[in-house]
Write a protein that binds this ligand. Structure first.
Ligand code: BDP
Length: 640
């Protein structure tokens, strides 16, 4: 959560549907408009890791007070990117502690001189804990590596003759039992084996803890009276689309709001006034998932215009939000989108690639979406943390359905079920819902992945977390992804959809693909009999080294991956006629993990390599997904 300069917790205030939340203010994606400008700060920043023993030299010497280069040697660091893999220094790759980023920015004169302009610094994500200074003045702190935060820096940049500002960001990647994801620091005290002060960061999740400024950093402007947030929910009444809107304004209590909904041709199809209301769209085009309709992903544009009178004259602010009209519902055995049964045939992903680590990258984004569409995938889960906003926007535009997951991965220690942890997890869900609530592509929230949901405190923890998420957003189902035994899972009673991960004939019965059908069928039957809720096979897969071939198949070969998938598909094809509503392969692409004897340079369960080249299983899955699309829909789709 973002804290003000004094580090004080933000005050309680209403955000969605009138329920009390800890978060203050909105987090609208910064879009240009006649009243708003943007200045992207991507590119090279100065960088220094604090290698001092206690990692606190930067604070002791106040590196934020003067240009970073004056503190000692700095490196050029690209933003967005993880810092770990861009250099040749092994110590930086595995660094744990504070790193420092700095960038000098020249601002347009109007931004520094027009007091009617509000200047905001927005950081797409900083993993994990960040402190921000502008011109040496503390402006923000934020905990959590996967969600954006902002600071209003108007006063600082408008207070003197300077037309430039110096942004310093200190980031700490240390994970503790109360962070999300959790981790532990292990000090090795045996001086016969380890040097003095030796410690390692341990985690309970299976991906590398990349760190740095992973997503775009930018400055943008609004007027001082401005549209702070918009909440949209949509529905259908026969052929009429319903768009319920609520607009939140900051800076004045006296203003007028006009709202217009435009179709893709730019024609106004509905309009209204005031800060909330319902727009009705006769013969509306619905937002359909990819491969569920000939014209998927129809997006309207909601144009919001704010006008106000001030002593200095009239003020206006303008924001345009893409809106998809669609409904989501869950029955005992179906997942419905626009009232029709939806079957998830998709993938689990990671934000991960060579060199840039978890850094956002446009070519990678476009390549991944081209691969998804080639594959015939209609959905993915943001395993195991929220992805960049730009990813979510493309899902809206392409009709790729998203299960939006929090960074609640690896919650296995009893300490991570404490009130401190729960409170933080609730705040993270608030930040996630605040950021992603208006994306039609998001059809379900996932609060966690494979927590130790059999531990005693897990019942209360998940009951509270899921209830809070539903309060925040009553329009979407909520789940968490389990690998617990159906009888021992204390969270399952509270979810809307059972998402279950299993690795038959991989982590058990090595090499024995002949047991998969029986074990998988038993899994589905037991979960369904116990809970009568729709089930998604949210992970399954096999480690596969691209280019390893062996027939008859052996583990790690491309043939084994294909063979294992085929066994799963036989059962999925039976159960999808009953209550199984989806299958998501683990994983879309190979990805980096911590080093261990189980991982040969990362996790290799991708159907694509880390460089996004297909293994044999990608072709098998492509056949299946296009077949599924054509079998379950009314019209025929020609493969890309
Ligand atoms: C699952 C985890 C996932 C791992 C996967 C694996 O949810 O994060 O990467 O196992 O072992 O249990 O490949």
């Amino acid at each position: 959560m973002a804290r003000g300069p004094a580090g004080a917790a933000a005050v309680l205030g209403p955000l969605l549907w009138g329920c009390a939340l800890a978060l203050q203010g909105g987090m609208l994606y910064p879009r240009e408009s006649p009243s708003r400008e943007r200045k992207e700060l991507d590119g090279l920043w100065s960088f220094r890791a604090d290698f001092s023993d206690n990692r606190r030299q930067g604070f002791e010497q106040q590196w934020y007070r003067t240009p970073l280069r004056e503190s000692g040697p700095t490196l050029d660091m690209p933003v967005p990117s993880s810092f770990n893999d861009v250099g040749q220094d092994g110590r930086l790759r595995s660094f744990v502690g504070w790193v420092w980023y700095e960038r000098e920015v020249t601002l347009p004169q109007r931004w520094t001189q027009d007091l009617g302009t509000r200047v905001v610094l927005r950081i797409g994500s900083a993993h994990y804990y960040a402190i921000v200074w502008v011109n040496g003045v503390h402006v923000a702190e934020h905990e959590g590596g996967h969600l954006p935060f902002e600071a209003d820096v108007s006063k600082l940049v408008q207070s003197g003759p300077l037309s430039s500002c110096r942004i310093t960001i200190a980031i700490n990647n240390t994970l503790t039992p109360h962070t999300l994801p959790p981790g532990t620091i292990l000090y090795q005290k045996d001086t016969s084996k380890y040097p003095k002060g030796y410690f390692v960061q341990n985690t309970h999740f299976d991906f590398f803890n990349y760190a740095g400024l992973h997503r775009p950093v930018l400055l943008y402007t609004t007027p001082t009276i401005y549209i702070d947030d918009i909440t949209i929910t949509t529905g259908m009444d026969q052929n009429t689309g319903l768009v319920n809107y609520k607009v939140f304004v900051q800076g004045s209590e006296h203003f007028q709001l006009e709202v217009r909904l435009l179709d893709e041709e730019g024609k106004v199809v509905a309009q209204g006034t005031g800060d909330q209301g319902q727009l009705q769209v006769p013969s509306a085009y619905l937002w359909w998932p990819y491969l569920m309709h000939e014209h998927p992903a129809y997006l309207y544009s909601l144009e919001v215009r704010l006008t106000a009178q001030t002593e200095a004259g009239p003020v206006s602010d303008f924001y345009a939000l893409p809106v998809g009209i669609r409904t989501v519902a869950v029955t005992e055995n179906q997942f419905l989108i626009n009232g029709k049964p939806f079957y998830f045939h998709g993938v689990n992903k990671h934000e991960d690639a060579d060199i840039r680590g978890k850094g956002f990258d446009w070519p990678l984004l476009v390549k991944d979406f081209n691969l998804l569409r080639w594959l015939g995938a209609n959905s993915f889960r943001t395993s195991h943390y929220p992805y960049a906003e730009e990813v979510m926007q493309l899902c809206d535009r392409y009709g790729i359905v998203v299960i939006d997951e929090s960074p609640g991965v690896g919650i296995v220690l009893t300490q991570s079920y404490s009130n401190v942890s729960l409170q933080h997890h609730l705040e993270v869900m608030e930040e996630l819902v605040r950021r992603d609530k208006n994306h039609p592509a998001v059809v379900m929230w996932s609060v966690a992945n494979e927590p130790a949901s059999y531990l005693k405190p897990a019942g209360y923890y998940f009951k509270t977390l899921i209830a809070h998420t539903k309060d925040l957003d009553p329009s979407r189902p909520v789940t968490f992804v389990t690998n617990s035994n159906y009888e021992a899972d204390l969270g399952a009673p509270y979810v809307d959809v059972i998402c279950v991960n299993s690795y038959y004939s991989w982590y058990h019965d090595y090499g024995h693909m002949e047991v998969i059908q029986l074990q998988l069928a038993t899994q589905f039957e037991k979960w369904y009999r116990t809970y009568q809720k729709p089930i998604i096979q949210s992970e399954y897969g096999a480690e596969t080294i691209a280019g390893f071939h062996q027939d008859p198949p052996l583990m790690f070969s491309e043939e084994y991956q294909k063979g294992l998938l085929e066994q799963y598909h036989l059962v999925l094809d039976q159960k999808r006629k009953e209550y199984v509503v989806g299958e998501l392969i683990w994983n879309f692409a190979d990805f980096m993990t911590d080093q261990s004897p189980q991982r040969a340079m990362g996790n290799k369960k991708g159907i694509f390599t880390r460089q996004r080249q297909p293994k044999g299983a990608a072709f098998l899955l492509r056949e299946r997904y296009w077949k599924l699309a054509n079998e379950t829909r009314c019209s025929f789709f020609r493969r890309l």
